[in-house]
Design a protein around this ligand. Structure first.
Ligand SMILES: [Zn+2]
Ligand SMILES: [Zn+2]
Length: 260
């Protein structure tokens, strides 16, 4: 009898131990989920393209807009982002924005390392449950990689992270022979969203070859939103009244990777 009770105790303890082990395994699995939390946000541009486009894993999208004082994006730009996302992604539970102002740092330019540090300090939302999060930073300076001939107005720098160089946008819009600010920043931010969606050939496979051979991850069609010049100073001569649309090859790529 004593032996049977002991056996029962062992079986019970065994199942408790087993349960404890499986809990630990589960917790490890959650923290190692490549699509959740900070680890997912640290992945390279295009690595969450399918998760952004489809509703398989994430049904809701949250965009956290953090801008330095004096560089709040226009409402028109936020509206353009919503309609772009609704056109190309499946997010049945909606797209929402959170926005927050942070102090302007007054720096002339920002390196990628500095952008990453600002994101670590100010980003509050990371992917969780059915919610995919995108971080948009607007800084008061230029990109450190600019040179005399070319400057960037924006960049996508991690799987769900984009930056706008607010000072460039303000300086190059709303004056004679320049696009309006809302049109310019909308064009740049949609181009960067295109990169987060894996365009071109960077996270989303091409249905038909159309990657620009000299400017990787860009479309070879000069009238497409994903043409390389769109995020540089050359856009100033390209955009006059409307945002360049995605061409049919880019749209086909998005659809083949779970997009709309
Ligand atoms: Zn680009
Ligand atoms: Zn294209």
């Amino acid at each position: 009898m004593g032996r049977i009770r002991l056996l029962a105790w062992w079986v019970q303890m065994g199942s408790v131990l087993l349960f404890a082990v499986s809990c630990m395994v589960d917790r490890d699995r959650i923290t190692e989920d490549p699509f959740l939390g900070e680890p997912a946000a640290r992945r390279a541009v295009g690595q969450l393209a399918n998760q952004l486009l489809s509703a398989d894993r994430f049904t809701r999208l949250e965009i956290e807009v953090v801008y330095m004082e004096g560089f709040r994006p226009t409402n028109q730009m936020l509206g353009e982002m919503v309609s772009f996302l609704e056109t190309y992604t499946h997010k049945p539970d909606g797209v929402i924005f959170r926005e927050r102002e942070i102090p302007a740092l007054g720096q002339q330019s920002y390196t990628v390392q500095e952008l990453l540090a600002l994101e670590r300090e100010h980003r509050q939302r990371y992917n969780e449950r059915n919610i995919l999060t995108v971080f948009l930073l607007v800084v008061d300076g230029y990109f450190s990689r600019d040179d005399e001939d070319t400057f960037a107005l924006g960049a996508a720098y991690q799987s769900t992270s984009m930056v706008l160089f607010g000072r460039r946008i303000v300086e190059n819009s709303g004056i004679i022979r320049r696009p309006g600010r809302a049109l310019l920043e909308s064009t740049i931010v949609l181009h960067e969203l295109g990169h987060l969606m894996g365009l071109v050939n960077n996270g989303t496979d091409m249905v038909e070859d159309h990657e620009d051979e000299e400017n990787h991850f860009h479309c070879d069609n000069s009238s497409c939103l994903m043409f390389w010049a769109v995020e540089t100073h050359r856009v100033l001569g390209m955009v006059n009244a409307t945002i360049p649309p995605l061409d049919v090859k880019c749209r086909n790529d998005l659809r083949a990777n779970g997009g709309r």
